[in-house]
Design a protein around this ligand. Structure first.
Ligand SMILES: Cc1cc2nc3c(=O)[nH]c(=O)nc-3n(C[C@H](O)[C@H](O)[C@H](O)COP(=O)(O)O)c2cc1C
Length: 367
């Protein structure tokens, strides 16, 4: 299917993830597309996320019964149909007007966990009631400790199953695609870009305070090193989340999958380690699981799925990731998630130049 023939309607009928990207691009205005796909400064971190995933190849095993491959898992007691969750996306309503509520519906229908951004619409109360999916609330600190405490207490009342601090965004980065157009995302942009004082002051005492005062699983998103992973465990963090914000914050950072081995070793089974950053295909997810991640976040995939098909688009995208995941594992000779380990991987030169869309080499072909 060529770009010229893509429809602007939204449905979950795309045949492949490549077609999902084509539909998303056809449906989005340039500003929203650039906001979704872009990164900070030179976009080196963004590309490095892909480069580090593409620089691992599989060492498959054979003659192993794979007639049934099981990929269901759970995270802190929350069932997940596949080890993939939907990360927080600010201004997600740009991609489909239902915003965080549509993601919540898609997450429930497919059977996975959603992390809701504090900078999108509708608000966290409406999203709590939008579906039965397990939801974590990610908050940017835009008020004092009392302000934060009130919100955590309210999310607990509303049934959120976790609370997430984003540590890689203490100040807002420079995203040139947006700057050059004079464009800002609609939700929280002024607070994020000019009044980021509380978020910039966030530190391990913030973590200690939350752990002392609230009985809610705490995720810290944006950890990249063994030292910070150990510190997080010492502070009582419940989920160590390896991320570089999809290359949208610190430029010239590490590829996230390359941070996994040292973080997983430092955490040493004391908490689940999850990861995001550049994961767009089922095989990408398998690589992170081989390196010890419990689950993988797919941020741009979530935005692309929303733009391509709204709620059915989210469900369809996750179904396709599931098909790719199961097929990859079967062809590697692994019938269950607990068989995955680092011995299935080895370093290799990437066969493609890294790019935000290099996971979709057929994008410009006319099928
Ligand atoms: C459009 C967009 C908006 C985002 N907004 C947030 C946000 O509000 N809070 C947050 O913690 N992370 C945010 N992120 C980062 C994602 O949660 C996630 O870390 C990232 O998308 C993972 O990389 P990937 O897009 O390559 O999968 C955003 C990412 C994108 C693409």
């Amino acid at each position: 299917m060529s770009k010229a023939t893509t429809a602007t309607g939204r449905s979950g009928s795309f045949k492949s993830l490549t077609e999902m990207v084509q539909l998303a691009q056809a449906n989005l205005p340039r500003e929203s597309w650039d906001y979704l796909m872009g990164g900070a400064d030179t976009e080196t971190t963004l590309k490095r996320n892909r480069l580090s995933i593409d620089s691992l190849q599989f060492r498959p095993r054979v003659m192993h019964d794979v007639h049934k491959v099981s990929v269901a898992t759970s995270l802190l007691g929350q069932d997940m149909r596949i080890p993939v969750f939907l990360p927080p996306i600010g201004s997600v309503q740009l991609f489909e007007e239902g915003g965080g509520a549509s993601v919540a519906k898609g997450a429930a229908e497919f059977g996975t966990l959603q992390i809701l951004s504090s900078v999108c619409t509708p608000d966290y109360e409406s999203v709590a009631n939008a579906s039965a999916a397990a939801k974590v609330y990610q908050l940017y600190l835009m008020g004092d400790q009392g302000w934060m405490d009130d919100i955590i207490a309210r999310t607990l009342e509303l049934g959120y199953v976790g609370f997430c601090l984003t540590a890689d965004t203490q100040v807002y980065s420079r995203r040139e695609r947006d700057i050059l157009k004079g464009w800002r995302p609609p939700s929280g942009s002024s607070a994020l870009q000019s009044d980021f004082g509380h978020q910039a002051r966030m530190n391990w005492e913030t973590v200690a305070h939350i752990k002392e005062k609230f009985d809610i699983p705490l995720w810290v998103k944006g950890i990249n090193t063994a030292d910070d992973a150990s510190r997080a465990i010492d502070a009582g963090v419940d989920v160590v989340y390896v991320s570089n914000h999809g290359g949208r914050q610190l430029d010239h950072g590490r590829g996230c999958i390359d941070s996994l081995p040292e973080v997983v070793a430092a955490v040493d089974d004391r908490a689940p380690v999850v990861v995001d950053g550049g994961f767009l295909r089922g095989a990408d997810v398998v690589k992170a699981l081989c390196r010890g991640a419990t689950a993988v976040g797919m941020g741009r995939l979530e935005g692309l799925a929303m733009a391509a098909g709204g709620v059915p688009g989210i469900v369809r995208a996750l179904e396709l990731v599931e098909q790719e995941l199961v097929t990859t594992m079967a062809l590697m000779g692994a019938a269950s998630l607990d068989e995955l380990n680092p011995a299935f991987l080895e370093a290799a030169a990437s066969v493609v130049a890294p790019h935000v869309l290099s996971a979709f080499p057929l994008l410009d072909e006319a099928y």
